[in-house]
Design a protein around this ligand. Structure first.
Ligand code: DAH
Length: 369
């Protein structure tokens, strides 16, 4: 059996000489300090601490030293390697911080820069608003009817019981077209669509009339925050057997709550329109104060109610003028401003914002509804 190799033959191993180890350590420290980014530091690390690095080779040579020399060499090389690893760790942390700081600057996004995308348009709130109104009625089985904006004087006035000498005819300041003998007007309300519908399709027990008519109307009004020579109305007409004021009230209450929310109903005040008898003004429960403590409410100015439109039971004279047997059929009608309705719904203070075509307004109010 062979015993331990006591007569060890010392070999000079150059790699573990103090000068070599120091030189290797200093070279590693210098390379680490000189690495200016993480990529470079990675290369430096494998060169100076990898398996083939001078310090790793020196470490391996320890085994070849005489036993009494190993401890001292092991300590020296261990310290050198420790110093290199520590320097590496510190430099790595430094470079990571720098890297993150640089990324934050380089990849910063200026959210205030104008974009070069094509802006997406949106439909005008009057269009979507008129559609919403039509939808409320279509959901009840009504139809939508339209008529021309240049209307026969007879349909705009006479058929609706506003004869040439009727005092109410002057209530509506009319735009007349040239030449006067054509007897054409820019329609002053959507009510002529009632007359057109009755004349064109008549009414039978099987085919009653339930139509809603949104559209553009014209009057010689000033252009200001609450008036415009062009505005929009919606007209409703129901002709059937045994139609009563109760049907009218129920219909308008439903319309109001669909438009303005649960609990917003209507009240009627006696009024006069030549085409309805009896006639009423329709008011809405104030959608701001809801009629609770209205004294402080700026919207209804203490009333608790807001004027919305006109309505009534269709005057038999109108039914007769439009070819409907008034002894068998009766009907109700109503009319209100769409612009005004939308102003309420969106809290708009100036009617003109609806007409000025500012795309910022359209985008803000045209997308909902
Ligand atoms: N046409 C009326 C106006 O423009 C509004 C109106 C009132 C319409 C009563 C109606 C109605 O159908 O019954 O002022």
């Amino acid at each position: 059996m062979s015993g331990p190799n006591t007569d060890y033959d010392p070999v000079e191993v150059a790699a573990v000489s103090p000068a070599e180890v120091e030189a290797a350590r200093d070279a590693a420290l210098a390379a680490i300090a000189a690495a200016t980014d993480l990529e470079r530091l990675k290369v430096v690390r494998s060169e100076h601490t990898g398996d083939r690095s001078p310090l790793a080779l020196a470490n391996r040579e320890i085994g070849a030293l005489p036993p009494q020399a190993r401890k001292e060499a092991g300590q020296r090389i261990g310290q050198a390697r420790g110093a290199v690893n520590q320097a590496f760790g510190a430099r790595q942390a430094e470079l990571e911080v720098e890297h993150e700081a640089r990324i934050l600057v380089e990849e910063a996004v200026d959210v205030t820069l104008p974009t070069d995308r094509d802006p997406v348009g949106s439909r005008h709130p009057l269009t979507t608003g008129a559609e919403l109104i039509a939808d409320i009625f279509v959901a009840m089985g009504w139809e939508v009817a339209e008529g021309p904006v240049i209307e026969a004087e007879w349909l705009n006035f006479d058929a609706l019981n506003l004869g040439p000498d009727h005092p109410a005819r002057t209530m509506q300041d009319t735009f007349w077209t040239d030449p006067g003998e054509d007897h054409l007007v820019l329609r002053t309300h959507t009510s002529p669509v009632q007359a057109r519908t009755m004349l064109s399709r008549g009414v039978t027990d099987d085919a009653p009339i339930y139509v809603v008519c949104p559209g553009r109307v014209f009057r010689t009004d000033e252009y200001d925050a609450t008036h415009s020579p062009m505005f929009h109305q919606v007209e409703g007409l129901a002709i059937d057997k045994d139609i009563s004021m109760a049907h009218l009230k129920g219909t308008l209450d439903h319309f109001a709550s669909q438009m303005f929310g649960e609990g917003i109903t209507t009240r009627f005040r006696p009024s006069y329109f030549p085409f309805t008898e009896p006639s009423a003004e329709v008011d809405l429960v104030c959608f701001v104060c809801r009629g609770v403590n209205p004294e402080a409410c700026r919207t209804c100015r203490g009333e608790g109610w807001i004027e919305w439109g006109g309505c009534g039971i269709v005057n038999p004279r109108v039914l007769q003028a439009c070819g409907i047997d008034s002894s068998r059929y009766s009907g109700f009608a109503f009319g209100m401003g769409i612009d005004r309705t939308l102003m309420f719904r969106h809290g708009l203070e100036d009617l003109r914002t609806l007409f000025e075509g500012d795309v910022r307004f359209t985008t803000a109010f045209g997308s909902e509804l």
